[in-house]
Design a protein around this ligand. Structure first.
Ligand code: AIR
Length: 278
């Protein structure tokens, strides 16, 4: 039976979270509302909720198959998905492959400058405080997360970066930077939460460098709706293309399972992915 949204539990800037009849699950509804610069700039992007729901559903199903535990279970409709109910760790993890945005302004380095090694930053998820930066000691001392959780988050973030860089690559996009959130499920397992979409990633066209992400809204570049649609179109078209992924010791077990005779994981992934025209 299709789970129905009940009471509104939480409303964020881009999504609403509803209870459903199973206490361990919630329904997330993606809105068209857009904010930037800690909600100082507000607006709306037509059909953004539909695109972000589809993009996140596709990428979370793929990340699960890759071995990353996520909250995602099923896309329910154009704007809704069923996810596990998590207690969110109030630490945002930002991964940067090239300088852009606040990194570029903070260190006076031009946007597009290649960062070697990849930079991982984390900050306190607090709108009231404007998401101030954290280090491990600060996060632990403030009781936001313990050291083992932070380490697991950074390990997952590095793996997610490997996967997404290759995945966006086959879609003709370069993953410049992105933000992740994690949470703890009913069984105590750390899982990727929130969303991955053009709202939370910077994506530049591999050839022209054109920006196909929320910077078009933040900076009034125009063509915002078209950029979001274009990301979804390219991801859909490139779905299933072989990815050039680095080797992972951590994930060997999952890869063996997916490569072997038991194709359950791949069948589940296939069933979970939205179809063109859905
Ligand atoms: N981000 C950070 N807070 C909210 C979001 N969506 C994402 C941005 C960008 C990356 O984190 O979308 O991809 C770095 O953002 P910034 O503003 O620090 O340069």
């Amino acid at each position: 039976m299709r789970p129905e949204p009940r009471e509104l539990l939480y409303e964020g800037k881009a999504k609403q979270v509803f209870a459903c009849d199973d206490a361990d699950l919630v329904i997330v509804r993606y809105k068209d509302d857009a904010t930037a610069f800690n909600a100082q700039k507000r607006g709306s992007v037509a059909e953004k909720g539909v695109v972000n729901n589809a993009v996140a559903a596709m990428l979370y199903a793929e990340l699960e198959a890759y071995g990353v535990p996520t909250h995602f279970l099923e896309q329910l409709s154009a704007r809704e998905q069923l996810v596990r109910r998590l207690t969110i760790v109030p630490v945002e993890v930002i991964v940067r492959n090239r300088a852009a945005g606040t990194f570029s302004s903070r260190y006076a380095v031009e946007e597009g400058f290649l960062l070697d090694p990849t930079v991982i930053e984390w900050c306190y998820k607090s709108d009231a405080l404007g998401d101030p930066p954290l280090n491990t000691a600060t996060a632990v001392a403030l009781g936001l997360a313990d050291e083992a959780q932070l380490e697991a988050m950074f390990d997952h973030a590095a793996d997610i970066n490997d996967y997404l860089s290759a995945r966006f690559g086959v879609a003709g996009l370069e993953l410049i930077d992105f933000k992740l959130e994690f949470g703890i499920d009913a069984a105590g397992e750390l899982r990727l939460a929130d969303e991955i979409s053009p709202d939370t990633c910077r994506l530049w066209d591999l050839e022209s460098g054109e920006r196909l992400d929320k910077d078009r809204f933040r900076r009034d570049l125009g063509g915002v709706e078209e950029a979001y649609q274009e990301v979804w179109r390219r991801l859909r078209e490139s779905q299933g293309r072989p990815l050039d992924l680095p080797e992972h010791d951590d994930f060997e077990h999952e890869h063996e399972r997916l490569d072997g005779e038991d194709s359950e994981g791949l069948d589940a992934l296939d069933a979970a992915l939205p179809r063109p025209g859905d």
